[in-house]
Design a protein around this ligand. Structure first.
Ligand code: SF4
Length: 352
C-alpha cells in the first residue's frame, strides 16, 4: 500500500558516518551512489552508477513515510498512547504483513520511536543536486516531519566550491544543518595521486564557503594516506589546509588499502609502502603540531587503533573528540605516550 516501485516505503542506502548512525537517524536517499567515483582508495560505490533521484520520487517517499507515521499514531492513540508505541507496530504489521521484513519500515519505526529528530541524506554528494530541487525536497521533508531537528549529509569540496554563496544560504535556510566532507589530504601532489578530483585550493574554498554559509562542517583526513613517500608533506599540508578552513570538526580516518581499489593493487605490487603503526603516529604528531584551529579533533573510528601504555585505546573514540586549542597539549601528550609504548602491532582486524 505504501511501497514505492522498489517494494520499500522509501529508498535507503548503505553508507553514513558513524556519528550519524544508530536507530536514531533516518537514512534517506536523495541521490544514488557517487557522481565522482574515482578516488583510488575508495571501494564504496565502485560497481554502482550515480543517479539523481527525481524530485517527485523523493517527495513520494516522504509522503509514504508520513502516511505510515500517521497510521502508527492513529493506532497508538487508540491504544491510549500519545506517542508511537511498540504495540502499534505489531498491529500495523498484522494489517500490512508485506512489511514484516522491510528494512525501510524497521528504520522508519525505530526513528519515529526515538522522536524522529535526526536525518542523514544519502549518498556520497547530495549537493550535486540542482539547488532549487534540493531546497524543494528539504523544505518538503521539514514540512511533513516537523519533529526533525537536524539534517546532515556528505558533500564534496569541489561541488561546494562551485556553488554560489546565495545557493548555499538557500540550502542552509531550507534546513540542511551539517556537512561531512572527505578532505583526505591537503597535499596537492597526493590529492592528484589518489585522484580526489580537487586540489588544496578547492578544499579551502569549498570548506570556507560551507562554514560561512552557517553549516556545521566536519572535515575527514586520512593519516598514512601518502605512505612513506608523502608522509611529511601530507602531514604539513593537511594541517595548513585545515587551518585555513577551521571547520567545526576534524575527524581522523587512518588509511588502510581496501581490496578492489587501485591503491590496494599498488600496495600488493610493492609500489606503495604503508606506514608502520609507529610511523603513522609520528605523522599524526606532525599534523597535530601544525594545527592552529578552534575545531574539535576526533578519532571516532575503529581505524584509530593505537594503544596506551596500559593497553586501552590511546584516543577517545567519542564523536565530540578533543576541543582545540585547549586540548592540543593533551593530544600531543597522548601521541608521545603511544610512541613510547611502541605500537608494534596492528590489531588483527586491521591486518592485511
Ligand atoms: S568522492 Fe567519496 S564516495 Fe566518491 S569515490 Fe571519492 S571517497 Fe569514494
Amino acid at each position: 500500500m505504501y511501497a514505492n516501485n522498489t517494494g520499500q516505503i522509501f529508498e535507503t542506502g548503505v553508507y553514513r558516518p558513524p556519528s550519524e548512525g544508530g536507530s536514531n537517524s533516518l537514512l534517506l536517499r536523495f541521490t544514488r551512489n557517487c557522481p565522482w567515483n574515482k578516488c583510488a582508495f575508495c571501494a564504496m560505490y565502485k560497481t554502482e552508477k550515480f543517479e539523481l533521484r527525481p524530485v517527485g520520487e523523493i517527495k513520494a517517499d516522504i509522503d509514504a513515510m508520513a502516511a505510515v507515521r500517521d497510521e502508527l499514531e492513529e493506532i497508538s492513540q487508540r491504544h491510549g498512547s500519545r506517542d508511537i508505541s511498540r504495540e502499534a507496530a505489531v498491529e500495523f504489521l498484522s494489517r500490512h504483513p508485506e512489511y514484516n521484513n522491510s528494512q525501510s519500515f524497521a528504520i522508519l519505526f525505530s526513528w519515529l520511536l526515538s522522536g524522529g529528530e535526526t536525518v542523514f541524506l544519502q549518498d556520497a554528494n547530495t549537493l550535486i543536486m540542482k539547488t532549487h530541487n534540493l531546497v524543494e525536497v528539504l523544505q518538503y521533508l521539514r514540512h511533513r516531519f516537523p519533529t526533525i531537528k537536524r539534517i546532515t549529509t556528505y558533500g564534496r569540496s569541489g561541488t561546494l566550491a562551485r556553488k554560489k554563496p546565495e545557493e548555499l544560504d538557500a540550502i542552509r535556510e531550507a534546513g540542511l544543518d551539517r556537512l561531512h566532507i572527505g578532505m583526505e589530504s591537503g597535499d596537492d601532489e597526493l590529492l592528484k595521486r589518489i585522484r580526489k578530483g580537487v586540489d588544496s585550493e578547492e578544499h579551502i574554498k569549498g570548506g570556507r564557503k560551507a562554514v560561512d554559509a552557517g553549516f556545521e562542517v566536519s572535515e575527514y583526513w586520512m593519516p598514512g594516506l601518502g605512505g612513506e613517500e608523502h608522509s611529511e608533506s601530507h602531514a604539513r599540508e593537511t594541517a595548513r589546509v585545515l587551518n585555513e578552513i577551521n571547520p567545526h570538526y576534524i575527524r581522523s580516518r587512518p588509511f588502510r588499502p581496501l581490496p578492489g581499489t587501485p591503491m590496494y593493487d599498488e600496495y600488493q605490487e610493492g609500489s606503495f609502502r604503508l606506514l608502520s603503526p609507529g610511523q603513522q603516529l609520528l605523522e599524526l604528531r606532525m599534523t597535530v603540531e601544525g594545527l592552529e584551529v578552534t575545531s574539535r579533533v576526533c578519532f571516532d573510528h575503529a581505524g584509530n587503533y593505537w594503544r596506551s601504555r596500559g593497553g586501552s585505546l590511546l584516543f577517545s573514540h567519542d564523536y565530540e573528540g578533543y576541543k582545540f586549542p585547549e586540548r592540543k597539549p593533551h593530544v600531543l601528550a597522548l601521541i608521545e605516550e603511544g610512541l613510547q609504548y611502541g605500537q608494534q602491532r596492528m590489531p588483527e582486524f586491521l591486518r592485511l
